[in-house]
Each structure stands twice: as C-alpha cells, then as structure tokens.
Design a protein. Structure first.
Lengths: 236, 112
C-alpha cells in the first residue's frame, strides 16, 4: 500500500473488510481502485485531494460494500465446500472398492482374527460411510437449491451454517470409516506374510486419509470464513 | 425503488456494449439524467451477482492508462432477461398510466 494515498488506503480497507474471501477481496479492490482513479481523471475539481475525497465518498462505505458481497460469497463458499466434500466421498469409495478388488484378485482371504474383527468392523465401516455419504449428499443438494438473497438476512446465515454442519458430520463419519478400515487392514497385514502386494492396501488407506484430511481442512476453512463474514454483518 | 430494480438498470446500461464499473455508473447517470445517483460501489455486488447468474460475462483488460480493469458485457441470457424486463416494465407503466388517466378522468367527471 502506498502510504498517504487515500485511494490505495481505501482499497486496502475494502480488502480488509472482505478478508473472508481472499480472491474476492483482490478482485473488488482492483475494481474499486480502477473506478476511483477513473473518477479522479474525469473530475473537474481543481484540488486533487478534494477530488479524491469526493470520489471516495461517492463510492460508499467499505463495510457497507463488503456486507453487500456476503450473501453471494457465502453461497460460493458453501457450494465449493459441498462439491469438494462430495468428490472426496467418491474418491474414498473408489479407494475402498479398489482395495477389496485387490484382495480378491490376489486371492488374499481373511485370517482367523480378521474374520472375528470383520463381524463388528465391516458393519461399522459401512454404517459410518453411509452416514458420510448421506450427509455429503444432503449438503450438496441443500447448497445447490438455495439462492443467495440480494442482502444478507438471518435465515440465510442459518442455512449456510446448516450446510457447514452437514459437512462436518460427513467428515466425522468419514474419519470413523477410515479408522475402522485402518484397523481391519492392519489385522490383515499382521496375519499374513507382508510383501510388495501389501503396498496397494496401504496406499489406498493413505489416499483415503489424505482425502478425508483435505475435506476436514476445507470444512474447517469454510467455518472460519463463514464466521468472519457473519461478524461483518453482526450475525455471529 | 432503486434497490429493487438495480439489476435491470445495470443490464440496461450494458445494452449499448461492454463497459467497466465506472463506465456503467456514468451511463446510468447520463441516461437517467442524474435521477439515479446511487453510491457508486453498490454497482459491484450487483455486477458480481449478475455474472454468477450467467446474465453477464467479464474479463480483465488493460486500460490505456496501463491499469487492469474488469470489463462486463451482456450474455445471450442477459439480453433475453433485459428484453423480458423491458416488456414487463412497458406493461407496468402502461397499466399505471392508464390507472392515473382513469382516476383523473373519473375525478374530472365527479367534479362536473
């Protein structure tokens, strides 16, 4: 920021208010600065300082401007999180299917201990994954069917919170499913002679964990950004 | 009144061709003969909203001054939406005009 430059300071103030969405902040700041410099160039005011003041006054209050962006930004935020979560769930399912197919292809039957563990582990894994799938699907449908209002109202803030809550539930269920699969895979590996073929299940578990961590990071970031945006509107 | 019609006003201002935010504001002021003197920043949330709805498209361009600027233009959907708005507005103004005309006519008759 150029110190003592009111337009640059104003642009920085807009970016600060829009800190809940960095790319939006960059874009709006660039547009606002261009707008103000263009207004300055077209001004007939002899004093440059007065012309800057007038241009800034005509543009409006940065907080008011940022508040007007909140509904649209929250919609994008929720939709992005819901789509990424749905893709992660699909990816985790593909990794699970690939691992089971690998066991079949390698003719790798479960041992004594694994058969015992499977009686609880497999239903628990399936239930957890089904819960994750249902919540991720609900979050996706919920966000895609909600329209952003022109101005933020309390009900829309609650809708976005609900969507983030569904995403959180889906991520928690994913972690339970992956933890169960890790235990079952661990028992399988301990019971058999570990060789290079064990790399495939190990790799699939790492891929699942990475996708679940990525989803958790995305949902966490969305919660934080939602909170920042709602602080701006006094709804937090 | 302006808030409810801002999207239509922006679409109408872009009917003449692509423009940037400041240009759109100037167009609105000129064509409304200064009647719509809204805080200039309020146009940007509307522009972003219309772009998200697919009624506008935008891209970065470099101005003669060398500054980066965002240029907005109507999409085909935007042109259709503007035509719909225009037709609706025409019907509305005709209806209101008729209503006012009828009223003054009726008033004239009752005064006789």
């Amino acid at each position: 920021m150029r110190l003592g430059d009111p337009i640059a300071e104003y642009g920085a103030a807009i970016a600060r208010e829009l800190r809940f969405d960095a790319s939006l902040a960059r874009r709006v700041r660039a547009e606002a600065e261009d707008h103000l410099l263009e207004a300055l160039a077209g001004s007939s005011e002899p004093s440059a300082q007065e012309a800057q003041r007038q241009a800034i006054r005509a543009f409006g209050d940065p907080s008011e401007l940022a508040r007007a962006f909140v509904p649209l930004a929250l919609q994008s935020l929720a939709r992005r999180a819901a789509v990424l979560l749905a893709l992660a769930v699909i990816g985790i399912f593909a990794a699970m299917v690939a691992r089971v197919a690998w066991y079949g292809w390698m003719q790798w039957p479960p041992g004594e201990q694994l058969r015992a563990a499977n009686t609880i582990g497999v239903p628990a894994d399936r239930l957890a994954f089904a819960i994750a799938f249902i919540f991720a699907l609900m979050a996706l449908i919920y966000t895609m069917t909600r329209r952003a209002p022109p101005r933020l109202h309390a009900a829309y803030g609650h809708e976005i919170r609900r969507c983030i809550a569904m995403g959180t539930m889906a991520v928690l269920a994913l972690f339970v499913a992956i933890a169960t699969e890790t235990i079952l895979t661990g028992i399988r590996l301990v019971e058999s002679d570990v060789d290079a073929s064990a790399l495939v299940p190990a790799f699939s578990l790492v891929a699942e964990a990475a996708l679940a961590m990525g989803s958790a990071a995305c949902v966490w970031a969305s919660r934080r950004r939602l909170s920042l945006a709602l602080q701006l509107t006094g709804q937090d | 009144m302006l808030k409810g019609h801002l999207d239509m006003i922006v679409l109408a201002a872009l009917a003449g061709g692509p423009s940037h935010g400041y240009g759109i504001i100037q167009e609105i002021k000129a064509r409304s003969r200064g009647a719509f003197d809204l805080p200039e920043g309020t146009i940007y949330p509307a522009l972003h909203r219309l772009e998200k709805s697919g009624l506008l498209a935008s891209h970065w361009a470099t101005a003669e001054s060398g500054r980066k600027r965002r240029i907005y233009k109507l999409t085909r959907r935007g042109q259709r939406a503007l035509s719909d708005h225009r037709a609706l507005w025409q019907r509305f103004t005709e209806a209101i005009g008729g209503l006012f005309g009828e009223k003054s006519h009726a008033t004239g008759r009752s005064n006789r």
